[in-house]
Design a protein around this ligand. Sequence first.
Ligand SMILES: *[C@@H]1O[C@H](CO)[C@@H](O)[C@H](O)[C@H]1NC(C)=O
Length: 731
Amino acid sequence: MEARYLLRVLIFFLSVAVVLFFFVVHLPYAPTNTSELLDCATNSPWCTSKNRLQSKQTNILKEPPKPTRHRNHKSDTPHHPLDPLTIQELNKVRSILSSHELFQLSAYALHSVELEEPEKPLVLKWKKGDRLLPRRASVIARVNGRTHVLTVDLGTGQVTVHETGLHYGYPMMTIEDMTTATLAPLANADFNRTIIQRGIDLADLACLPISTGWYGKAEENRRLIKVQCYSMEGTANFYMRPIEGLTVLLDLDTKRVVEISDKGRDIPIPKAANTDYRYSVQEFNQVMNILNPISIEQPKGPSFTIEDQHLVKWANWEFHLKPDARAGVVISRAKVRDPDTGEQRDVMYKGFTSELFVPYMDPTDAWYFKTYMDAGEYGFGLQAMALDPLNDCPRNAYYMDGVFAAADGTPYVRSNMICVFESYGGDIGWRHSESPITGMDIREARPKVTLVIRMAASVANYDYIVDWEFQTDGLIRIKVGLSGILMVKGTPYDNTDQIPNQEDLHGTLLSENVIGVIHDHYVTFYLDMDIDGSDNSFVDVNIKRQLTSPGESPRRSYLKAVRNVAKTEKDAQIKLKLYDPSEFHVINPSKKTRVGNPVGYKVVPGGTAASLLDHEDPPQKRGAFTNNQIWVTPYNQNEQWAGGLFAYQSQGEDTLATWSERDRPIENKDIVLWYTLGFHHIPCQEDFPIMPTVSSSFDLKPVNFFESNPILRIPPNVEKDLPVCKSAASV
Ligand SMILES: *[C@@H]1O[C@H](CO)[C@@H](O)[C@H](O)[C@H]1NC(C)=O
């Protein structure tokens, strides 16, 4: 009797807890403006927070789900011609398509449902208060093994079919493609048998969908994927426990197993110990000092606003920001205010991550095909998971959600996909002090505060952090951080002294039976620069050594800047050279400064690793957009994806490289600049079991764009304006 009563009380309390938990997780959070989210008082709880170790949960394998803010997007309406499709619009697309004859036939899948952006001249003319331009959706669908490109007019309900399968590659995979592919091998008895024979419980299996690339006949006329699996036993980091040499080739349309390659039976599964990266399972280590809490306080709230959900205004900047399933983050209509005239001046019409190319450097059976194109194959935006507040982005961040369509057209919300925050890392905007020798006591310095737009995509194991950082001096820094988990290879070796020739390892031995395989990352950005208008030119400002004539000067040599205006696309195919350097300017030849210089912006390279693969190597043909670090093409609405619209199993017939070979005129035209950030990665032991972030960036920097230093008049910091939050050490 007693025991039953106790049980009842227990069940009652449990149900209360479950209901409460449900409310905490699902309570709708609908802020009316950004400042509501970002206001923070000066008596911040951080000031009194206890040692964070106390809140650490130990030895819990399953983490409680992190609460995410859920905003209701059901009533969202578009305000700007570039606003992404809303939930209502996506539902309308779905219902229009469902009554179209093409979709009556049989099963179909929508691989992409995006806003079809109105033509550029119309968007340029559009002003707030004008009637919204006609809304159209661009849809890529697969029906009966064929790809269709359609336009759905949301006003008239009309559907235009543009193209039906007359190309080599395939559209980006759907999330449904990826999830069904990872489960499909289990339908095959041979697969189950080999897993069991290797001593792995089928319940511990974690499998990954790996794009096959294209190598010739075998990859033609059918949509394929390769699946490789790992053991989850004893760790959340299954990536460190590869079932090496086992590759299942699947037909992505039928989900049937085409072939199983089972080669690594003698290679042990690496151990699970010390692979988990979750805080909750770490052992406390006395050796490490824990830092005191740190955060930025903004007692008066943020200095930016987001109008109509997508128009960001901060300091002298204004731009349109939206999430995109393929590109991740899209920045449009970026304008900066001139400090002298107050005029909003055009800088960039559109900028985004166009494609990624990640070739691994191991030519063996289970590895040669790993040459990912993360945007065109996987959807860089689709892989951008919810950001973790306080850790992915600082406390003063505002979060923006993505709204995408599933394969059947149903809209869904990706919460907290992008964050926007002001950043102050203690850097200096500009400074000067006078030494006593001049007799002047001058110390002038200005703090550098920037605005960051961030997303982080987890393309299976790897994490890419993409930041667009805007500075008040007009500079835009585009930064890519690499973190996440290496794709590793199993090996019988557990020490380098057993390896006859380390160069043949294709990587580094990171732990017992684990090789981190050498690979590259290329991230190619589309940058439609419009410097004070659309007609611009690209200028290679070459820095040349000039020798003096005998007797002319005590100097033998000096440097000259020689300007070469690119006439056609081939003049702007740039390979960076350390000993023959240049600056790369995009100028408006018809707009000059007071003293006569053409106004411009320059691209300042960084992350300059170049692909060394043979140009005839199939992956490099597909990734030929990485053959140069810089390209310039004339604006063409159909040329936005550097690896082609249909990058999946493409053969390299429709890339930035093939467009540029047409050598079209680019002088004083609407031009698009392309820049590729490159990384070579030879893994090292610190990358195990998860990689500390490595990042590189490039800049878009004003060059004779302003008449003088645009931040001359910004005020310095003074103590009385700053939040009071003293650390224990200073009281
Ligand atoms: C393979 O194993 C899975 C998991 O135990 C099971 O669901 C599936 O039916 C098996 N497949 C075959 C063909 O036996």
